[in-house]
Design a protein around this ligand. Structure first.
Ligand code: SAM
Length: 185
């Protein structure tokens, strides 16, 4: 990760510090996501839930180093605008494409295939989001669904669905707020 990205992450972290509407990944979880995307070599990423761009900076940095692109989605235009400023500070404007609107509508019209997904928006729609992406996921694509520890009750249905889904291999990762890590078979 280069110094320009590190500076953008520090600025974003200072901005979201104490903001209850940021709901960002904890730093150790964001660093794990960066490392995972680098390790897998993912080049076509989707993030559901941009917020102020904290996780997007980590995913975008790794995907840029892999030579790919990231589409990040949030329903709130004010958050997209704020995140875009940090992506610009990081030098990731060419790598990260922001989409604003209800995630299900955007996911349904996304074209192409994807090899990494961070599923981190409204927990009630986690299953429809992955179902919408399923035909577009490459074999071995990783879907990280956040908050499996902090929102265990809300995500119980998703976790049960993912573990029973014949197209996925899914496992709990006790990192940060908890991830359910699902791999497309
Ligand atoms: C947990 S936050 C994302 C945090 C971000 N991934 C990070 O770590 O910095 C969830 C975001 O999902 C957005 N969101 C909620 N419902 C949505 C929907 N139906 N479509 C798109 N975005 C949605 C919220 O506006 C919020 O910014």
């Amino acid at each position: 990760m280069n110094d320009q990205v590190k500076q953008a992450i520090a600025a974003c972290a200072a901005f979201i510090n104490g903001r209850s509407d940021a709901m960002a990944l904890p730093p150790e979880a964001a660093e794990f996501v960066y490392t995972l995307v680098r390790a897998t070599g993912a080049k076509r990423g989707v993030e559901i839930g941009t917020s102020f761009g904290y996780s997007g900076l980590h995913i975008g940095a790794a995907i840029a180093e892999n030579g790919g692109t990231l589409t990040t989605i949030d329903v709130l235009p004010s958050k997209t605008e704020a995140a875009q400023k940090y992506f610009a500070v990081a030098g990731l404007t060419e790598t990260i494409r922001c989409e604003t609107g209800p995630a299900i509508e955007i996911l349904n019209r996304l074209e192409g295939s994807f090899d990494f997904v961070l599923n981190d928006a409204d927990k009630v729609n986690c299953i429809p989001y992955v179902e919408a992406l399923m035909p577009k996921l490459t074999r071995g694509a990783v879907v990280l669904t956040d908050n499996s520890i902090t929102h265990a009750k809300e995500l119980a249905g998703f976790v049960a669905w993912a573990r029973a889904c014949p197209e996925l291999q899914s496992v709990h990762l006790p990192i940060g707020n908890g991830f359910e890590m699902s791999v497309r078979k």
